[in-house]
Design a protein around this ligand. Structure first.
Ligand code: F0G
Length: 465
């Protein structure tokens, strides 16, 4: 519903365009060849061969006039740049955390954090680790323990907070293995579980367990504003609160956070590590200097810090978040109506297609989600990403076979403030074509793969080719 005038239902994009960027068109024949050359891996497709790019919502957003204007103010001093102090104040006001270290993106923060907290034999719980988080935890020698709420495993259950942590499982872990747990992490929204939000009650529950067992609590807050918006719209008691104040409350329940600012920072590059513990400051700062840059720029240009300071304030605007959630819902409902099952309820940044339900007879070893992502590109020049056995499957060392991932999802992530309703309508039309012709989705096999994060570089080919 239109918030200003209830007679009108259309949720219009809350912006108008000032600069336009052409999008490319290719023929199906061209895309057939491109796919072969790319080893059926969409990460290998040049962006100028993609019409609608829903690979990720990370770093792909459009900045506002205020952000572009702020960039001119960028202070490029190596040390003590005014741009840093401006950003530090914005982050402190938003999060309440004392120490603010800029980094070039989320995984840089993960690298620093898990060099300090991770070690052989340690166990790090999270509702669900994102792939780079898991990789950094494991690279440090620790075990990444996913403890998603049980309701997250059913893609059709209409639970409002399917991103939650399983608090009983967390307590079990802490009760029996506290000595090996250096910190507790919580990802908001829960990307690997479908961009699903975490409730304030659940965040409070994690806080209580961290207090009980004396553990620091860190948020992976890449999509904190989308999470706060869902708390406002779905959790009793929050309907009258501003999204900004909900976000402030979320951060104040934790001891620290890291943020890939390429999402809800509304910037194309950037990240943050922020926390209260002064004892952590020196080790993290020293690693930052070694690996990223001096602490007042952390691998970013002064102008990047300025754009981020503005983005962190714009992202909690209600008009923007309402439009964003409505767009995800519109895309997801379109797929569903076309006959392609999607994860419900709709999350914050993406639609997740349930490829296992759509292609029940295709075994995980034939990569049904990747096969569907390839079909979306071949038929409609839409780029999406597989979150299934290609991304998360493990080779069984005994058999050499892939152990299937728990879910076979295709994620269609919406860049922020980039596409219009016409673009989304087109995607839905492509979905209709595929839903009516399941034979267009061809099973795949892996030809070559890297030992970690294989989905980025693996090469595949259609089975039987
Ligand atoms: N944490 C979460 C929850 C993420 O979604 C991401 C990135 C990261 C950490 C790492 O941040 O990319 O800035 O280094 N997610 C992107 C995605 C890549 O497509 O979902 P980064």
């Amino acid at each position: 519903m239109n918030p200003i005038d209830p007679r009108f239902k259309t949720i219009i994009e809350p912006f108008k365009l000032k600069i336009v960027e052409p999008i490319p068109f290719t023929t199906r024949e061209e895309r057939e060849t491109l796919l072969k050359t790319a080893g059926y891996n969409l990460f290998n497709i040049p962006a100028d061969k993609v019409t609608i790019d829903l690979l990720t919502d990370s770093g792909t957003g459009a900045m506002s006039v205020e952000q572009w204007a702020a960039m001119f103010r960028g202070d490029e001093s190596y040390a003590g740049a005014t741009s840093y102090y401006r950003l530090e104040k914005v982050v402190r006001d938003l999060t309440g955390f004392k120490h603010v270290l800029p980094v070039h993106q989320g995984r840089a923060a993960e690298k620093l954090l898990f060099q300090v907290f991770g070690a052989q034999g340690r166990r790090i719980p999270n509702n669900s680790h994102f792939d780079t988080t898991r990789a950094h935890v494991e690279f440090s020698g620790s075990e990444a323990v996913d403890l998603p709420a049980p309701e997250s495993s059913d893609t059709q259950a209409e639970h409002p907070f399917k991103g939650n942590m399983d608090l009983a499982a967390l307590e079990e872990l802490l009760k029996h293995d506290a000595a090996r747990v250096p910190l507790v992490c919580l990802t908001v929204t829960n990307n690997s579980a479908g961009g699903q939000p975490v409730s304030m009650a659940n965040i409070r529950g994690v806080r209580a367990l961290c207090d009980k067992y004396g553990k620091p609590f860190f948020l992976d807050a890449a999509r904190f504003a989308e999470n706060a918006y869902f708390i406002r719209t779905r959790e009793p008691g929050y309907a009258e609160r501003s999204v900004r104040s909900i976000a402030e409350e979320m951060f104040r329940l934790a001891d620290g956070c890291w943020i890939s600012a390429k999402k809800d920072g509304l910037v194309n590059i950037g990240g943050l590590l922020a926390f209260n513990d002064t004892g952590l400051h020196d080790p993290l700062r020293n690693l930052l200097i070694l690996q990223e840059g001096f602490p007042t720029y952390g691998g970013l240009a002064g102008r990047d810090l300025e754009a981020l300071a503005v983005g962190l304030q714009e992202v909690t605007h209600e008009d923007y978040l309402r439009y964003r959630a409505a767009t995800v819902q519109y895309l997801g409902s379109g797929f569903e109506k076309a006959g392609i099952p999607v994860l419900k309820p709709f999350g914050g940044h993406a639609v997740y297609v349930d490829a296992k339900r759509f292609l029940p007879r295709m075994p995980p070893q034939q990569f049904p989600a990747q096969a569907l992502a390839v079909a979306l590109y071949l038929e409609g020049a839409i780029r999406s990403v597989e979150i299934g056995t290609l991304m998360f499957g493990r080779k069984n060392p005994a058999t050499g076979q892939d152990e299937p991932a728990p879910r076979e999802l295709v994620r269609l992530a919406l860049p922020r403030r980039v596409y219009t309703q016409a673009h989304v309508d087109y995607c839905v039309e492509v979905a209709q074509v595929i839903a009516q012709g399941k034979h267009l989705v061809r099973p795949l096999k892996i030809v070559s793969e890297a030992p970690i994060l294989r989905h980025f570089t693996a090469r595949l080919e259609p089975l039987g080719s």
